[in-house]
Design a protein around this ligand. Sequence first.
Ligand code: GLY
Length: 375
Amino acid sequence: MTDVVVAGGGLVGLAVAWRAARRGLSVTVVDDAPGAGASAAAAGMLAPVAEAGYREERLLRLGLASLAGWPAFAAELEAASGMQVGLRTAGTLVVGFDEDDVRELDSLLLFQHELGLRAGRLTPREARRREPALTPRVRGGLLVEGDHSVDGRAVHAALLAATRGVGVELVGERVAEVVVEDGRAAGVRLASGGVLPAGTTVLALGAHSGALPGVPPLPVRPVKGQILRLAGAEGLLEHTVRALVRGRHVYLVPYGDGGVIVGATVEDRGFDARVTAGGVHDLLHDAIEVVPEVEELELIETLARWRPGTPDNAPLLGYSSLPGLVLATGHHRNGVLLTPVTAEATAELLATGILPEVAAPFTADRFAVGTSEGR
Ligand code: GLY
């Protein structure tokens, strides 16, 4: 019997497995297509500041803690795997097009300053000086120096290598259910019928976490995102660029050698995997409005995947109501950003039984009846 079985081999599942194995635990990860879910679509933004939503201060604090951990996590992962993960630290430019967009930038700036975060207003000229590919029609901008990015697929590939390096076993099968014995999670049953018994079971199935037999009800729903990859953008962008284009949000994230990711739609449509003409049209239209040269790039990939959404947009961490079942899911728009803090906190819990303070507000019991606003 293994100490820990992790259901889900995306970024979060693998990172938890890696850190838990580093703590001396025996770990098995089960996934029939590791990294093919939200991890494949993620743009890789490490952007708690630019993504800060009003009234999401607790989530923002968790994001900032994870962001602070990213450089060491990336360095350690690169050393362990011998692979690069594409950490970019140029920061994020947020730009707006009309008066309402610029007013929203001002509110965002005010909120960030209230929280003591570093962000500064830019005139259109200053924004274009930092990012010359921006259209002259930008009406204003913000520079968020601390918001970075990584290449999410490169991180996943590195995690596969790093987990192998510390003896994590990867079982390439679909998890059919969490096995419950005497009121306690006892491992997972595979779709092929076999059972993998484990001391502790970790649920890291992203958007699929809410519907796995044996798991107590969890408020996780799929939030569809369509995303595009373009090539041929060598030297085009230095920063991540987020834009409000007459009220609509788009982001452009440079990665690798001349790649740009353009995202993303946010759609409550269940597990709808279709890439739609309207979705691609809106993303390309807005991206070209922001950076006209995008028109000349090669469109190399379109993809739709599902974020694991929760009622307060924050993850589900720590013990669940089922003894022996630990949660590492519900990361919604912040899966890549929150990977290090989730991995460290979950590994600590698995190794010592104690959930670190930083993760404590994110246990699932915050959604118990009458406490939906959290603890
Ligand atoms: N974090 C970006 C997105 O969810 O689209």
